[in-house]
Design a protein. Structure first.
Length: 178
């Protein structure tokens, strides 16, 4: 099945989704890689924005700043398995229900998705320019001075971001065991 959602996505909509479904999302997403996950878990108030209504995107974008405004050059997904050690606690603490990334996520994430009604959707690796085209606005950036461009927390407004393949659903099913 193919679905289009405006963020935030409700728990009822999350429950409609199953592995193999394709989704496109519009609304606000935020990026967080290893260092950002760790910092946010250690200090949940480190950024002045509530991320619970956004999708989490495992991404280290390439950005350009011109006349005090940021634009996205490339925003492909990064390898999500690196966030496995953080994801259970991250989902629980920040009430995330949609994670976007690339590649495998493990059993701890699989259990957390089921427990907290969340899904993991994968985006095609190597398609950073396509992803950048779906980002309509850079809303903000946090921790740029501490983490650098790739690890900083970016908040993007996206339109029909995808296609995203549901790779792990809220029922404990995963494409990674097929």
């Amino acid at each position: 099945m193919e679905y289009y959602f405006d963020l935030p996505v409700s728990d009822d909509d999350i429950k409609k989704l199953h592995i193999g479904d394709i989704i496109y999302v519009s609304g606000d997403i935020f990026t967080a890689r290893d260092a950002a996950h760790k910092m946010m878990l250690e200090n949940p108030n480190i950024i002045p924005v509530d991320v619970s209504d956004m999708a989490l995107y495992h991404c280290g974008p390439l950005m350009n700043k011109k006349n005090k405004e940021w634009s996205v050059v490339s925003a492909g997904p990064t390898t999500s398995s690196r966030m496995e050690i953080f994801e259970n606690d991250f989902i629980k603490k920040f009430k995330i229900n949609l994670i976007i990334g690339k590649g495998y996520m493990g059993k701890d994430t699989q259990k957390a998705l089921q427990k907290y009604i969340c899904i993991y959707a994968t985006y095609t690796g190597g398609a950073g320019a396509l992803a950048a085209d779906r980002i309509k606005k850079v809303k903000d950036v946090y921790l740029l001075d501490k983490l650098g461009m790739a690890e900083a927390i970016w908040v993007f407004n996206v339109e029909n971001f995808g296609p995203l393949v549901i790779s792990m659903d809220s029922y404990g099913k995963t494409l990674f065991k097929r």
